[in-house]
Design a protein around this ligand. Sequence first.
Ligand SMILES: [Zn+2]
Length: 257
Amino acid sequence: MLKYKKILLAFGLLLMVVLLMDYFYPVSIGWYIGILIAAVGMLAYGSISIRSGFYGRVICSFDSGDKVMALTFDDGPDELVTPQVLDLLKREHIKAAFFCVGSRILTYPALIERMDREGHIIGNHSFSHHFFFDLFSVKRMEEELMKTEKLVERIIHKKIQLFRPPYGVTNPLLARALQKMNYSVIGWTVKSKDTVIRDEQKLYDRLTGKTGNGGIILFHDTRPHLVPVLDKFIKYARENEYRFERLDKILQIAAYE
Ligand SMILES: [Zn+2]
């Protein structure tokens, strides 16, 4: 049973106990409001915290025993930034994972081909990356994932198996959409916050301060200021004896069917 169902069950039982108490000794309405707020609060926390695993298994870290990083890039391909990231990774002999958006794949199929040719893996990051993706129906979510999957398959002749939820948000609808699909759902250990931290030095400081023993690092190959920071960060990592591994290899899971 998924965690959120267990939580709902627990709150349901609690509500029944309070109702029973209320029957014999009238209790304040505050009890009911308190239970409702606690239930909604917990489920909302589960939605925005990708690590919670409330709505299914999400892989956010790995246990390697040494300093390893798996670089991952979301929201591309981007006409300007993705080629620069690919050039940098090629120069540094690093293989990464790109969680791509279907509508962008449609516009820049050659970049998907290049990612594959250069040894990177491609994951599903929805078709539209719509702001309200999490409110879409189960059917519409399934259609988004299928559409992106088919697009990638048409370009590189491989069926993708990795998915990262847009905005890192999970909920019961997405859980149901994923139930019928055979995806490994991927989160992150370290979020670079490159979409909000525009200052290169601040971004670099955050990365070097957060990496610890490494893990799955989340970037966005849509932000031009990322490229010089990534270059510097890779040098820092190497000087500090980190090594880079491709996500699927370190997790020992299949990127493609
Ligand atoms: Zn995204």
